[in-house]
Design a protein around this ligand. Structure first.
Ligand code: FAD
Length: 435
């Protein structure tokens, strides 16, 4: 690494990190090291499509090395950052490897929280990574296979009950899609399952689904889900989750398929940054995303509490915020590091956020969304959702394969990604002699 170049470490190659690097790396005066515990960028808004067996991981994930191949001044390190020594300006990986920096950009995102009930995780996986999506998919597909062997005996019910906890966009998307699997796919492929016994519950602690959305769209979402056969339980608190199912208030629902789509907390690496944090652990940053008292450290995306607008409200933890922040910081630092600007009194352009609105899909041809006060629902909202998601996928091959999968899926109702990797665990209750 050249001595007179600015040495920048970026922790996290997600929406914010990659967009930042792609701008900053245009400046040849900078050497960048991307440290990520995964080797690929994941398009999280479509993770649930892997979980519900519509898409394969390759459709929504691309290797960092591939995306950044054209930038000779970027090095990718697959490693897990466990600590930041802000005095020595070093990032420490879990095995003790050290990387020193002049400037550090932390974009490590968030993961789910079980609000202090960490033992629930083994029974109710959340959806944040490719591995999570495959765990959910594997459990769901195996449940259908077990239910087919149990057919009419009462133990089958546990494998045919699906409980999604959390009525935000992810919970709504998963619940709607599971309902469609049951009505459109299972009926064609299974012979003994009594489809009428399959039940999907969507549980939300607040009085309405999609809490940040206008009331009319929340109501429309509820109606659309109920039409698909989903039982929506709002104002309902989960009290316990174990291997048998979920306790919701007075009611116990037996289920082998509990999916956690509630609650976010920032990645643990933010603990090593000594700064003011909000309740979700997000670091309260300055207007240029730097950490107060650490002008050389910047936080972007889900890990940043960035107060914006007249009311100084923190921006949402969503992809479009992370992308815009990443691009802004990449361009801003690139200017700061450029030789011409260094010599003059340089003033950064302020960050301007363009609010692209909200969109959530409920099932095939059904979605809700709003943009600058205009509300969309039904097919139009679903169409916009599809175009937006295809547009933001990285890589021509990914866009093409997702489009093809969607066309085949929507016309035929088939789900291509239905391979169960593990062999069956014979914990299925004994049924009878099959004829
Ligand atoms: C299921 C799901 C659906 C979503 N749907 C939408 C949607 O429809 N619309 C929308 O706008 N937003 C959606 N979001 C939110 C959106 O994906 C996030 O806001 C966005 O990913 C945040 O970007 P980020 O760069 O901050 O973090 P991320 O994109 O999460 O990237 C963080 C990166 O940091 C890496 N990392 C974490 N810890 C470490 C460590 N210690 N060491 C090294 N690397 C580390 C991770 O491997 C990851 O690559 C969804 C999120 C999820 C989980």
């Amino acid at each position: 690494m050249s001595l007179n170049k600015e040495k920048v470490i970026v922790i996290g190659g997600g929406f914010a990190g990659l967009n930042c690097i792609r701008e900053l790396a245009k400046n040849k005066n900078v050497e960048i090291i991307l440290i990520d515990k995964h080797n690929c960028y994941v398009f999280q808004p479509l993770l649930y499509q892997v979980a519900v067996a519509t898409l394969e991981p390759k459709d929504i994930a691309v290797a960092h090395r591939h995306i950044l191949a054209k930038f000779q001044n970027v090095t990718c390190v697959m490693g897990k950052a466990s600590r930041i020594d802000t005095d020595k300006k070093e990032v420490c990986l879990e095995n003790g490897d050290l990387y020193d920096y002049d400037h550090l950009i932390v974009t490590a995102g968030a993961s789910h929280t079980y609000f202090g009930n960490d033992d629930w995780e083994k029974h109710a996986p959340g959806l944040k990574t490719i591995r999570d999506a495959l765990t959910i998919r594997e459990k769901m597909l195996t449940s259908f296979e077990k239910a087919e062997r149990l057919d009419s005996i009462k133990e089958a019910q546990k494998y045919l009950n699906f409980v999604v906890v959390g009525g935000g966009p992810t919970g709504v998307e998963i619940a709607g899609n599971i309902a469609e699997i049951i009505t459109r796919t299972l009926t064609k492929n299974f012979r003994r399952i009594d489809i009428k016994r399959a039940k999907i519950f969507l549980v939300e602690g607040l009085p309405k689904l999609l809490p940040p959305y206008p009331d009319s769209l929340s109501e429309r979402t509820k109606i659309d889900l109920m039409k698909l056969g989903v039982t929506v339980l709002t104002d309902s608190r989960v009290l316990n989750i174990n291997s048998e199912g979920v306790q919701i208030g007075e009611r116990f629902i037996h289920s082998n398929n509990v999916i956690w789509a509630a609650g976010n907390k920032v990645a643990p690496i933010y603990d090593s940054i000594d700064a003011e944090k909000d309740r979700a652990g997000r670091v309260v940053v300055n207007s240029d995303f730097s950490v107060p008292n650490h002008p050389e450290i910047f936080i972007l995306g889900d890990g940043a509490n960035y107060k914006y607008g007249k009311n100084k409200q923190p921006l949402f933890a969503i992809a479009s915020v992370a992308i815009q922040q990443g691009r802004y910081l990449g361009k801003t630092l690139s200017k700061r590091f450029s030789k011409k600007v260094k010599s003059k009194k340089h003033k950064d352009k302020p960050f301007r956020y363009f609010d692209k609105g909200m969109l959530a899909t409920i099932g095939a041809f059904k979605a809700v969304g709003s943009f600058k006060g205009i509300k969309f629902k039904g097919f139009i909202a679903w169409f916009i959702w599809g175009v937006v998601h295809i547009y933001y996928l990285i890589g021509f091959r990914n866009r093409l394969s997702v489009m093809l999968e969607w066309i085949i899926h929507h016309i035929s109702g088939t789900r291509a990604a239905r391979v169960i990797i593990h062999e069956i665990d014979e914990t299925t209750p004994k049924n009878k002699k099959h004829h």
